[in-house]
Design a protein around this ligand. Structure first.
Ligand SMILES: [Cu+2]
Length: 331
């Protein structure tokens, strides 16, 4: 019984998604102080490129035998300093100052952007941190205002109501999104099937998708995968009935030739998806932490579960053994 309680507590504990700012580690490897000692890959800060999110922190650990700095700005590069005695230009965003072998320095990134940095003593040591904006966990329009599905909009002539939902609610690049929409007659609240329309997506002011459609009872949908981040407009326009007779019915209050105007716009934002690009190889430290969780989970759930089942089998077998013994004697 106690085991079951502990077991279910473990399951609940491990299934709660924990949202927190990540902490990353960048190592300054041994030999960074001397460019001739380092690896052919020339990794002075390991990893040399970090993709993180606003609010994340990086700790640099000096694993070398000399002191180093982590200074934002442009280095003179491996050969620049030899020729011009130029060690680079700090830009003042962050500067660790000198930290000794075995010591660490931590910095939290509160602004998005691309931050190159270097060591002011050893200007061949260069690396970069790319800080991406935090992705909201709720659907919102292009201005950031939270939205609730389904979104409702009337065409300007108010003859048709358009309902739109998209899934997942927060759109990221390289990930399939499904736009689902339905047309209604606002007066009768009845579903309008067999409506012709154009489905158009604009991104950053450019038309990136245009398709014609015919709505079914229960609506229609389009799947799309965005390659780029940025604000988008989803436009459903020229909404009109595929049957002329029905169209006359719908347009009693409007102009039958005016369906160009029957257009609704919805807006939202597409976010960069660091996990779905080659960025993911740099997220090595959180991955290691996940592995520890996994091992912990095996330790806390799997092993007790095996012991529990073994104990059950043993208890079941024991009475069977004592009952079967007299039976064996009879034979
Ligand atoms: Cu250095």
């Amino acid at each position: 019984m106690y085991f079951l309680i502990i077991f279910s507590m473990c399951v609940i504990l491990f299934s709660i998604p924990i949202v927190y700012a990540e902490e990353y580690l960048v190592d300054i490897p041994f030999g960074a102080y001397n460019p001739e000692l380092n690896t052919p890959a020339e990794v002075w800060y390991d990893p040399p490129q970090m993709f993180i999110t606003v609010g994340d922190a990086i700790t640099w650990h000096n694993g070398d035998r000399e002191g180093h700095t982590v200074t934002s700005g442009e280095s003179s590069g491996r050969f620049g300093w030899m020729n011009n005695n130029d060690f680079g230009k700090p830009d003042g965003v962050f500067d660790s100052g000198l930290f000794k072998p075995g010591e660490s320095w931590k910095y939290q990134f509160d602004e998005s952007g691309v931050f190159s940095y270097y060591c002011t003593i050893h200007p061949w040591m260069e690396a970069v941190v790319i800080v991406e904006k935090e992705i909201p966990n709720f659907p919102h329009d292009a201005t950031g205002k939270q939205l609730e599905f389904p979104l409702l909009q009337y065409t300007p002539d108010r003859n048709i109501e358009v309902n739109l939902t998209w899934d997942p609610p927060v759109i990221r690049t390289h990930e399939k999104v499904q736009f689902v929409y339905q047309f209604y007659d606002p007066d009768t609240n009845s579903n309008l099937a067999k409506m012709k329309y154009d489905f158009i997506i604009f991104q950053n002011g450019e038309k990136i998708f245009h398709d014609e459609g015919l709505s079914q009872i229960g609506g229609d949908y389009r799947n799309f995968i965005f390659d780029d981040s940025g604000s988008i407009v989803i436009r459903i326009q020229k909404i009109h009935s595929s049957s002329i007779l029905a169209e006359e019915g719908v347009t009693v209050r409007g102009n039958i030739h005016n369906n160009e105007q029957r257009s609704v716009d919805f807006t939202t934002v597409v976010y960069d998806n660091p996990e779905k690009t080659n960025h993911e190889i740099y997220h090595t430290k959180p991955a290691q932490r996940l592995e520890i969780y996994y091992e912990l989970m095996i330790f806390m759930i799997f092993i007790p579960a095996v012991l529990f089942i073994a104990a059950l089998l043993w208890l079941k077998k024991k009475p069977n053994f004592s009952q079967s013994t007299p039976g064996a004697v009879k034979i």
